[in-house]
Design a protein around this ligand. Sequence first.
Ligand code: ADP
Ligand code: 5GP
Length: 193
Amino acid sequence: MEAQKRGTLFVFSGPSGVGKGTLNAKLFAEFGEQMAFSVSATTRAPREGEIDGTHYFFISMQEFENRIANNDFLEHAQFAGNRYGTPKSYVMSLLEMGKNVLLEIEVQGAMQVMERMPECVSIFVLPPSFEELERRLRGRGTETEEKILRRLETARGELAYADKYQYQIVNGGDLEAAYQELRSIYLKETGRV
Ligand code: ADP
Ligand code: 5GP
């Protein structure tokens, strides 16, 4: 029997509100059976509708620190006052099983993954303008004003990392056009074209 082809690891970043979740959902709708989405651990509180174990593993600061001490994370970082980490053994076993794994993570964590797993494919999503980013973040209606301002401040620093990624996609007015770019990167990098 032919050996299972190892999956491709995608690192997907961009400022909060740029449309990462929206684009990923479209990729999963089309290629979900070949893919797996890594579920991160976070110390942030769940948003309305978020399910523990599906959107994130919502854990305490103590538990987060225990996991760092156990070397359980492929990467971990602090973002807007909360901590986030990618479970290492889960991601590795999915790749071994031949799944293409997508990590939707912020820039500090992404830099760690690029260093540890240089074969990964890195994609950064850019907004058409800072004003539009602010509009989307507010329009989503999931954060308080204070948290929105904090995320916008963080976004300015994150945008400076865009050129460290192999691919940049501008998610402008046309969501479908941005998705087509993501889709062709996916097909090219997984060797399906
Ligand atoms: P992220 O996951 O990057 O934080 P989301 O996917 O939650 O961002 O998108 C933030 C908001 O912007 C959502 O309300 C989403 O529907 C909207 N959005 C996403 N892409 C576009 C686009 N191309 N044009 C207009 N609005 C968009
Ligand atoms: P949110 O609180 O909006 O769900 O996520 C905030 C930021 O943290 C987003 O940029 C998201 O991509 C990132 N993030 C989510 N999970 C992880 C993770 O495991 N590691 C890192 N480094 N960032 C993460």
